[in-house]
Ligand binder design. Structure first.
Ligand code: GFP
Length: 798
């Protein structure tokens, strides 16, 4: 894939001219990007073909990672990096008078996910290719990604995100690989001459699923895997059946937007359609491939692993059953064995609200045959398990109950592996959330702590740090992230610590520049940058961060000379469109920002920056600039967290509860390099058990906290009369579901310690260094190798 600078320049000019019929100098940034993207795609296509041909020829076992969300971020630089031509192209562009970074920014960042779950899927795709595993992604090509967030008068407004407005240079439409996905219809059975039951599924609404493939380039190893995203279309030649505008709209709608509003029945129905659509299309294409191998069906699990990322693709289980039974004529027992051995499932949350359940009647109408199969799986499960485990426990594990279909139950029963995403999370699944299943299937349960790819999150996002690391410890850490621990040897090396400080400062300047240009905000790069970036959700407790800011505000108001570090609080967060409380918190943060940023008495000792439309690209800008990483969820609620790992890898010091992977981060960096506060998971559990938590009481007895909370309702913060009152009530009157009041004091103490540490530059730089040096084990390369070895049973290509 390599080429030299001169060759590159020639090719780039030629590609540009062929595409646009004029010289590249006259092109827009978007055109310059498209030409470069096309050139790059052409450059890896041979390896892409080669990789797939080799898998097929060797009949290599392949994993298919089914995910409703992928958040790949901009792909240009990551492809260049992985192809090993980033430096060459950068230089070539420069010689042509172009700035690669500027051109790269013209790429639209595809927001095909909400948060950690989708970004994890993309880190995994990178790691699967980079560790040389035969793996494929399977998902949805949403016409519109997650909404674009705007703040108007401090309120979140959602606008459509038309990410395909320019040509998507990376995708390849594969019309010849399209399949039909069927909805609705009538199911009946007839008996063959040989006595076998034949299923007749007629009068269905047929939708064409067209795949768009995107290459997943491995890191300097010549492997190019495939991410397949499906788009819904009217079947060729079937246009007459979709004659009205409404009928055509209904087809388009299936892959129109990510996470349609599911606060109502219509939204939920659409969501199930999406889930079945991409699960069915994916399974059909897998089966089609397997049949080409001409092997016995019993070998299916030796050649195929299907991984379902959360419960969204769970319908892949009954769909595989349907194909094996109805289309391939296998017996129930054969099909069930194959299905279970093929499928594995990751749980990403213990929040009940996120446990998918669908009304039985909805599935019955929309997918009548799939419904029958789910019923039969459920019936057999109960028949088999009730005599062994008793009625009560067995019925608690039933897939169908009270008119609802429980997707997690189906996912666990229909798979051979269930994993949590951090040690603590898996422990909670086993001991509590999924305990009944653990009693039945202890061997299915295992932990796979999440990871992140340092290729994107350090090498691309933080070029300054990368250069400094290369200079200090050599370049091996790039292919073996564990090697970054060598940096620990420099923990007392003043020169290295100073360099690290300079790197951070440069990154903070870069962000300050963004804030100035895009938000018209002046921030001081020498201040402590305190970062919380993640979906807005009550359990993640952005509100606790707010209480701390208000407490600081009061301290400064009381005594402008009080010894507090100058801080810039940076937030990035979207709230789900129907999540009213989260949207109120957004408004509150923006209102507080307005108040404090413009209060001359505060004198810039506190600045609040709430970036609009947070996503992968903004994360790449913010993370390298962070000093503190806020990971302050209520213990036991955050399954893992992954921004914690990205921030740590970039030298931010974590401010954390012992939740999710924070626990493992603490174990790796040591107590002296992290700020831990708050209730522990068992303590929270204990409160749930004995039910004695009383937030009103804390409010009454803690004058400092009371003063802070009263700011929400006493008119100090302009424009939040309703929001302030609702939020105040949720905390004080409705007993503070996420224990913010309980954790307030210890949070404030930890923040005070952070201030003290930051005032000692050497100490702080050493903490930052130790965080970077301890981040290697959180590489998604290792995570994915554990999935491959322990769950999928596939080996890296040699
Ligand atoms: C969810 C969980 C996180 C976890 C990710 C990936 O992500 O704790 O790290 O999945 O497993 F909540 P979010 O969408 O909440 O970020």
């Amino acid at each position: 894939m390599a080429f030299d600078v001169q060759e590159f320049k020639k090719e780039y000019q030629k590609t540009f001219e062929e595409l646009f019929a004029y010289g590249y100098e006259d092109g827009s940034k978007t055109e310059q990007f498209i030409a470069l993207g096309d050139l790059v795609r052409g450059r890896y296509s041979e390896d892409w073909i080669q990789t797939i041909t080799a898998y097929n020829k060797k009949q290599e076992k392949q994993v298919y990672y089914f995910s409703m969300e992928f958040l790949p971020g901009r792909m240009l630089k990551s492809n260049l990096l992985n192809m090993g031509i980033l430096d060459c192209v950068k230089q070539g562009m420069e010689e042509l008078g172009l700035d690669l970074d500027e051109v790269a920014r013209a790429e639209v960042d595809p927001a095909l996910g909400n948060g950690g779950l989708g970004r994890l899927a993309s880190c995994f795709m990178d790691s699967i290719a980079s560790t040389g595993l035969a793996g494929n992604g399977n998902g949805i090509r949403y016409r519109y990604g997650l909404f674009k967030q705007k703040f108007i008068n401090g309120y979140q407004i959602e606008l459509p995100e038309n990410w395909l407005r320019n040509r998507n240079v990376w995708e390849v439409r594969k019309e010849n690989k399209a399949v039909i996905v069927r909805f609705g219809g009538d199911v009946s059975f007839t008996q063959d001459e040989d006595g076998r039951l034949r299923v007749n599924h007629v009068n269905t609404r047929d939708i064409l699923a067209v795949p768009y493939d995107t290459a997943q380039v491995g890191y300097k190893n010549g492997i190019v895997n495939n991410l397949r995203l499906w788009s819904a279309e009217i079947p060729y030649g079937d246009e007459a059946r979709f004659s009205t505008e409404q009928q055509r709209e209904e087809v388009k709608r299936i892959t129109e937007v990510l996470y349609p509003d599911d606060s109502n029945y219509e939204g939920r129905l659409l969501r199930v359609q999406q889930e079945y659509f991409f699960s069915s299309a994916g399974v059909q294409s897998i089966v089609r491939y397997f049949k080409r191998l001409k092997l016995d069906w019993s070998l299916f699990p030796d050649k195929i692993a299907i991984h379902i990322n959360d419960t969204h693709p769970t319908l892949a289980i009954p769909e595989l059953m349907r194909i094996l039974l109805d289309e391939e004529g296998l017996t129930w027992d054969q099909a069930w064995e194959i299905t279970k051995k093929t499928v594995s499932y990751t749980n990403h949350t213990i929040l009940q609200e996120a446990m998918e359940r669908w009304p039985e009647t909805m599935i019955q109408d929309l997918l009548p045959r799939i419904y029958q199969i789910i019923q039969e799986i459920n019936r057999r499960h109960i028949d088999k398990k009730a005599p062994l485990y008793g009625e009560d426990l067995t019925m608690r594990t039933a897939i169908i109950a009270n008119g609802q279909i429980k997707m997690a139950n189906l996912a666990i029963i229909g798979s051979h592996s269930v994993n949590g995403v951090a040690k603590l999370h898996t422990d909670i699944l086993v001991a509590d959330t999924l305990h009944d299943f653990y009693v039945m299937y202890p061997q299915k349960f295992n932990n796979k702590t999440n990871g992140i790819t340092q290729r994107r999150w350090v090498q691309i996002a933080n070029e300054n740090l990368t250069a400094m690391l290369d200079e200090t410890i050599g370049t091996d850490w790039k292919s073996d992230p564990e090697d970054i621990k060598i940096l620990k040897a420099h923990r007392d090396n003043k020169e290295v610590l100073d360099k690290l400080e300079q790197v951070k400062l440069a990154n903070k300047r870069r962000f300050a520049e963004y804030a100035r240009k895009e938000m018209n905000l002046e921030i001081d790069p020498n201040a402590l940058f305190d970062v919380q970036i993640k979906r807005l959700h009550a359990y993640k407790r952005q509100l606790l961060n707010v209480l701390h800011i208000l407490d600081r505000y009061l301290q400064l108001k009381d005594d402008p000379k009080v010894n507090l570090q100058k801080r810039v609080f940076i937030f990035g967060a979207k709230a789900a469109p129907s999540y009213y409380y989260a949207k109120q918190i957004i408004k509150l943060i923006n209102a507080i920002a307005d108040l404090i940023n413009n209060d001359p008495a505060i004198n810039d000792k506190i600045k609040i920056v709430f970036v609009e439309n947070y996503g992968v690209s903004l994360a790449e800008l913010i993370i390298p600039a962070a000093d503190i990483s806020e990971q302050i969820s209520l213990a036991g609620k955050e399954a893992s967290g992954t921004s914690n790992m990205k921030l740590m890898s970039n030298g931010a010091v974590t401010m954390a509860t012992l939740d999710g992977a924070n626990v493992e981060i603490r174990d790796n960096v040591g107590d002296e390099n992290i700020f831990i506060f708050g209730l522990k998971s068992e303590e929270v559990q204990e409160y749930y058990r004995n039910g004695v938590y009383n937030s009103r009481d804390i409010y009454d007895k803690n004058p400092r906290l009371k003063r802070v909370l009263n700011l929400l309702i006493d008119g100090t913060i302009p424009g939040v009369e309703a929001e302030g009152r609702d939020i105040f009530d949720s905390l004080v009157m409705y007993n503070d579901e996420y224990f913010l009041l309980k954790d307030f004091d210890s949070y404030i103490r930890a923040q005070y310690e952070a201030d003290t540490a930051f005032s000692d530059r050497d100490r702080w730089n050493r903490m930052a260094l130790m965080n970077i040096a301890s981040s290697g084990p959180f590489s998604s390369d290792y995570t994915i190798l554990r999935y491959a070895d322990e769950i999928w049973k596939i080996k890296p290509q040699s």
